[in-house]
Design a protein around this ligand. Sequence first.
Ligand SMILES: C[S@@+](CC[C@H](N)C(=O)[O-])C[C@H]1O[C@@H](n2cnc3c(N)ncnc32)[C@H](O)[C@@H]1O
Length: 265
Amino acid sequence: MKPDKETMTRISALKGWVDDGECELLYDIASQIDDHCIVEIGSYRGKSTMALALGSKAGYAVEVFAIDPQVMFESAAGTRFNGPRAKEEFFRNVVEFGVGDVVYVINLTSAQVARAWKLPIGFLFLDGDHERAVEDFRLWDPYIVEGGLLGVHDFETWEVPRLAYREALNAGYEEVERMGGLAILQKPNPRKKYIKNAKLPQWIPMVYKGPMNAPFSLRGQKSKREYYRLEKGKPISVRHEDAEFFEEQGFRQCKSESSGAVNGE
Ligand SMILES: C[S@@+](CC[C@H](N)C(=O)[O-])C[C@H]1O[C@@H](n2cnc3c(N)ncnc32)[C@H](O)[C@@H]1O
């Protein structure tokens, strides 16, 4: 799913090292990750993080782990950037874009985090220290699930990211998308093929229809995840237990904005 024009304008206005086309693709990919988390190596001021997080929220609201020490960094090309101001801006962006519910920031190096990592990954976006791109790929590849996606930034213009990209291809990954300096590769899995321009399921807003003597906090609330979707006519939420919880509390689906269907009345 591509971001709408207004969202794209907001992302585009941020300072960062990813261009509009790349942000659009990151958003699109993030919106399709229906299981497991998204991990970003190299967040800087959060431009790519915002694209990933907003995409995730438009899709299945999976966690986005943003891994970056966020201290002054000198790239191999001699460019010095990052530091306290950039870090401040990163957190301001998280607040202003309203993505604090899906973004988890880890202020350590990729290698430090990988040492203790345990979670399976649905999408890994590599954009950290470019001199370490191969090392990063080797550290994180074991956690990408079969059929999971890998994004390599600057794979055409920087030598080490290019080597990482080639190593992924040699390991059986298949390139499925490319935009500007960003390549998206899929880890082999015969049962899960990447679909270009995949459509997302319909999300049905929920409203409170329970007894009016329920605690006030419940009456005012929509739902923890705000939406849940129908699968074969049955409501399935991102987290199934949430749907059950909200149904028990008296929430019912309301009129679907897109289909016009009325459920649970
Ligand atoms: C090219 S910038 C990332 C750009 C960012 N994706 C954007 O949207 O603008 C590279 C980032 O990698 C971070 N970095 C440097 N060494 C790192 C390491 N060992 N692990 C994780 N991040 C690292 C730097 O602090 C810097 O913010």
